[in-house]
Every structure is written in structure tokens, then in C-alpha cells.
Design a protein around this ligand. Structure first.
Ligand SMILES: CC(C)(COP(=O)(O)OP(=O)(O)OC[C@H]1O[C@@H](n2cnc3c(N)ncnc32)[C@H](O)[C@@H]1OP(=O)(O)O)[C@@H](O)C(=O)NCCC(=O)NCCS
Length: 151
């Protein structure tokens, strides 16, 4: 069944559907609109073309050779089927092709999930200065642990 779920590049027109998915999974959608070209999504295989229903999303904010992985979300009805893992693997491959060598993220909901995927907690002073100015660091997740993985 999971094979039916195809990962694809998001389009600008997917913005509102991603916002709905992020709200459904209690993640902040703020600021994603300027990074849409670096977002991946999974549509429901039975959704009509143009449907708002998304099963999954993940995105990158790129800062030089580092990137902030954000907005990893799988719709509650489809969690536990390996889709989150597929999204993390695919966005990691995408990052490598863009010359990224270090992935960072902020989370207070899925620390153990990302530890299993090789991320470690790092002090904020290891985060690149330009990334620290992002909305996630300055406004949305000011007290969340930062995690990093070399790729
Ligand atoms: C985190 C999330 C993306 C995982 O997606 P998923 O498709 O369910 O994940 P997978 O199927 O690849 O992996 C499932 C495994 O991860 C574990 N897992 C899922 N969410 C977890 C979490 N928040 N913390 C720790 N482990 C978690 C499951 O228990 C399961 O473990 P098992 O394989 O030992 O049974 C999904 O639960 C989600 O959207 N959560 C809400 C949003 C969120 O917290 N996003 C991350 C912040 S950026």
C-alpha cells in the first residue's frame, strides 16, 4: 500500500494544502511560502487533481552548505507506515544533490524519532549565523533543542 504514495516536488499552488497538513499535525506553517521550491509532498493516491488533501510534507531552508529540515508531517491517518522515513531519506538525497553537507532541525515533538535517523543534539552556537536568523529560530521554536546530522 505504501508504494502507492509517490513523493513529488511541491508547487507554489500546494502552499495552502501544506498549511492545512501542518495545522493538522500541530506544526507551524509560518514562513514556508519562501521555501516552497525546496518542499516535497505526498498526495493521497486517490485525491483528484488539484485536491487539497496531502498525506505528507517535508521542506528545506537552505543556508549555504547547511540546511534546516522543517515541516516533516504525515497526516495522522497515515502515520506508522514508513512515510515519514521515506520523506526524510528523500529530502536528505535532495540536500546532497544541492551540495548541502549538514542538516539541522528544531523539534520538541520528535527528538527520539530523529535520533534514530542519526541526528544528534547540538548547542545553538554550532548553528550557522544566517540560519539562526530564520523564523524557526527567532520566533517559532525559540526553546526547542537543535539537532544536526552530517550527510
Ligand atoms: C514524526 C512523523 C513525521 C513520523 O511519521 P511516520 O510516517 O509516522 O513515521 P514512520 O512510519 O517513518 O516511523 C514510525 C516509527 O517512528 C516512531 N515515531 C513516530 N513519531 C514519533 C515521535 N514524535 N517521536 C518518537 N518516535 C516517533 C513510531 O513509534 C514508529 O516506531 P517503530 O518503527 O519502532 O514502530 C509523524 O508522526 C508526524 O507527522 N508527527 C507530527 C509532526 C511532527 O512532530 N513532526 C516532526 C517535527 S519537524
Amino acid at each position: 500500500m505504501v508504494d502507492e504514495f509517490r513523493i513529488e516536488n511541491a508547487k507554489i499552488s500546494d502552499h495552502s494544502a501544506i498549511v492545512v497538513l501542518l495545522r493538522n499535525t500541530k506544526l507551524p506553517p509560518d514562513g514556508i511560502e519562501v521555501h516552497m521550491e525546496n518542499f516535497l509532498i505526498i498526495r493521497h493516491p486517490e485525491a483528484a487533481v488539484g485536491s487539497e488533501f496531502l498525506v505528507g510534507s517535508v521542506g528545506l531552508e537552505i543556508y549555504g552548505k547547511s540546511a534546516l529540515l522543517r515541516s516533516l508531517a504525515v497526516h495522522p491517518d497515515f502515520q506508522g507506515k514508513g512515510l515519514g522515513t521515506r520523506l526524510v531519506n528523500r529530502i536528505t538525497e535532495t540536500a546532497k544533490t544541492k551540495g548541502i553537507s549538514r542538516l539541522f532541525l528544531l523539534t520538541d515533538t520528535a527528538e527520539d524519532y530523529f535520533k534514530k535517523k542519526g541526528f544528534v543534539i547540538v548547542p545553538r552556537d554550532q548553528v550557522p549565523e544566517d540560519m539562526k536568523k530564520s523564523i524557526e529560530f527567532t520566533t517559532l521554536c525559540t526553546s526547542s533543542p537543535s539537532m544536526m546530522r552530517e550527510i
